[in-house]
Design a binder for this molecule. Structure first.
Ligand SMILES: *[C@@H]1O[C@H](CO)[C@@H](O)[C@H](O)[C@H]1NC(C)=O
Ligand SMILES: *[C@@H]1O[C@H](CO)[C@@H](O)[C@H](O)[C@H]1NC(C)=O
Ligand SMILES: *[C@@H]1O[C@H](CO)[C@@H](O)[C@H](O)[C@H]1NC(C)=O
Ligand SMILES: *[C@@H]1O[C@H](CO)[C@@H](O)[C@H](O)[C@H]1NC(C)=O
Ligand SMILES: *[C@@H]1O[C@H](CO)[C@@H](O)[C@H](O)[C@H]1NC(C)=O
Ligand SMILES: *[C@@H]1O[C@H](CO)[C@@H](O)[C@H](O)[C@H]1NC(C)=O
Ligand SMILES: *[C@@H]1O[C@H](CO)[C@@H](O)[C@H](O)[C@H]1NC(C)=O
Ligand SMILES: CC(=O)N[C@H]1CO[C@H](CO)[C@@H](O)[C@@H]1O
Length: 339
């Protein structure tokens, strides 16, 4: 048992340089803030592991994880690398996770570690359930020109790209928490987080384009569509915030407000932000996409139904915090139903 776990880890925890799919993950975050793509050599670079545990010292290739513990068929592995593709085997939907510390430079103070909990039986609660994961991080504020340090995230590997009009539903179910400290909090206490000057968001990040291949490239896709479940601090204003709310849409009790703008990469960035911090959510978010078609009738700033969805990720954009904070994703499922 132990041996087979080890083999899986070695085969599947590949450095990002080896995988187009996971490279997309880094690019996505650069694009989110209009940055040029960065290329870290591999998982073995200089990220300082400020979270719990030691920093990853992978030399590229082989197992990027550290602090792996296994019991009763459940394994917890920690990754402190800057960027590293973690693709746990699953009998259902396949996902790739990535600590993705794309904004970390040699002058950055702080660090981040991602923990991923996998089942040896490769069978999660449902066909579309992802492994649980968490990140513990702390970064001092970065320069105003580059305030984002990381977008640790989980990305859908299968299904995409898909033409928007061939999608029927995007059933998204989620439970996350943010807490001060190095353990996963049971609930999110905004007062204690604000006292530590937490600056971050919790968000889905999607990319669309009329060209199927371009839709899978976050730097060249025409449209970036985000769905934010929380926003802490005022560093993380969405693009187009000063222009005000374009429209709103309530999905199963959660009201989202739309902001629209353009990033420095000339991509149209459309951001739906939950009116209240939303720790638990379950619903079909496809209407947040179809609403944009209506707007596209009068403006080329919005996608149309002929466009393709190429990338779907969920994570937290980490700006800064005074002390260690932990973002825990204790339940996540994404079911993209085709018509
Ligand atoms: C964060 O936690 C790690 C590991 O427990 C520790 O080494 C580090 O000093 C902590 N950082 C801060 C700012 O408290
Ligand atoms: C994990 O960390 C330990 C020190 O805590 C170190 O000896 C070991 O080489 C690390 N393993 C990997 C794969 O980074
Ligand atoms: C797979 O393993 C997990 C963790 O041990 C367990 O909770 C789950 O019931 C198992 N699923 C099946 C179908 O055996
Ligand atoms: C992450 O994994 C490390 C190594 O096993 C462990 O020390 C730490 O407590 C874990 N953190 C969380 C939030 O589960
Ligand atoms: C995305 O497009 C840019 C510009 O054409 C290119 O340099 C980059 O390699 C592409 N990225 C991927 C992951 O294909
Ligand atoms: C949501 O939008 C509708 C119009 O589409 C508007 O009448 C309503 O006031 C908005 N609700 C909020 C809370 O902004
Ligand atoms: C709507 O939310 C409730 C809980 O508030 C949940 O039981 C139900 O399954 C959700 N509906 C959908 C379509 O996800
Ligand atoms: C509980 C809570 O904070 N509810 C707020 C959610 O957002 C709406 C719209 O901004 C507010 O009116 C509620 O007070």
């Amino acid at each position: 048992m132990a041996l087979s776990l080890l083999v899986n880890a070695v085969l599947l925890a590949i450095p990002l340089g080896g995988s187009v799919g996971t490279l997309v993950g880094i690019d996505a975050h650069l694009a989110a803030t209009g940055q040029k793509p960065l290329f870290h050599s591999d998982g073995g670079d200089s990220s300082s592991g400020g979270g719990s545990g030691s920093s990853g010292d992978s030399t590229g290739g082989g197992n990027g994880g550290n602090g792996s513990t296994a019991s009763n068929g459940v394994s917890n592995t920690q990754y402190c690398e800057s960027s590293w593709g973690i693709s746990p085997p699953s009998s259902g939907e396949l996902f790739t996770l990535n600590p993705n510390q794309w904004g970390v430079t040699t002058s950055t103070v702080g660090g981040l570690c991602m923990n991923v909990t996998t089942f040896q039986n490769e069978t999660y609660a449902t066909k579309t359930t992802a492994p649980d994961w968490s990140v513990t991080w702390q970064y001092d504020p970065g320069p105003e020109t580059q305030p984002v340090h990381a977008y640790p995230n989980i990305m859908i590997d299968d299904v995409l790209p898909l033409e928007l009009e061939n999608i029927d539903e995007i059933e998204f179910a989620l439970h996350w928490t943010y807490g001060v400290g190095t353990t996963v909090a049971a609930t999110t206490d905004e007062t204690t987080l604000n006292a530590e000057s937490l600056q971050c968001n919790v968000a889905i990040d999607m990319f669309f384009d009329s060209d199927k291949t371009t839709a899978q490239n976050s730097t060249t896709a025409d449209f970036e569509v985000m769905v934010w479940f929380a926003r802490f601090g005022d560093s993380s204003d969405p693009i187009g915030y000063s222009e005000g709310v374009v429209t709103n849409h309530t999905v199963n009790g959660t009201m989202f407000e739309l902001y629209s703008g353009t990033n420095s990469n000339s991509q149209n960035v459309l951001t739906w932000i939950a009116a209240n911090t939303t720790e638990e959510f379950s619903g079909d978010i496809y209407p947040l996409i179809t609403d944009l078609y209506t707007l596209s009738a009068s403006s080329s700033s919005y996608p149309s139904k002929a466009d393709y969805l190429g990338i779907f990720q969920f994570g937290t954009e980490a700006f800064s915090a005074d002390t260690n904070v932990t973002f825990g994703v204790t339940s996540l499922s994404v079911d993209i139903k085709k018509s």
